[in-house]
Design a protein around this ligand. Structure first.
Ligand code: 5GP
Ligand code: ZN
Length: 113
């Protein structure tokens, strides 16, 4: 098992846990791009990225978004936040275990999207 996010889920690599449930683990990004930068991941490595989401595994995507809503409330993000997922080399993905970036804590730049 070489995936660093799988090692974070198993505890082999330490992380700053923000949230955990049966299906989802969330932790602070090691190189934050905003005052609050949390990575939300399915514990099970059943897809590398959104490219691999299908009807057999999409419940994990739903579980991640349910977790994001809970974390946003817990972190007091009533003023807003942004969720980003990178897929593949051109998308800027560097860790091939599906993950969602939750960015907040300041007024974020107007655009990428
Ligand atoms: P990607 O570039 O694949 O969309 O996002 C990967 C993210 O994982 C990056 O924001 C990077 O800072 C973060 N990251 C990489 N290795 C580690 C690590 O060992 N611990 C934590 N907490 N974050 C990591
Ligand atoms: Zn993994």
């Amino acid at each position: 098992m070489s995936c660093i996010f799988c090692k974070i889920v198993s505890g082999d690599i330490p992380s700053k846990k923000v949230y955990e449930d049966e299906k989802v683990y969330a932790f602070r990004d090691i190189n934050p791009q905003a005052p609050i930068h949390i990575l939300v991941i399915p514990k099970e490595h059943r897809m590398d990225s959104v490219f691999n989401v299908d009807e057999s595994n999409s419940e994990l995507v739903a579980a991640c978004f349910e977790a994001i809503a809970k974390i946003a409330k817990k972190e007091g993000l009533e003023n807003g936040f942004r969720v980003i997922t990178n897929s593949g080399a051109d998308g800027g993905q560097t860790v091939n275990h599906l993950h969602f970036h939750l960015l907040a804590g300041k007024k974020l730049g107007e655009k990428m999207v």
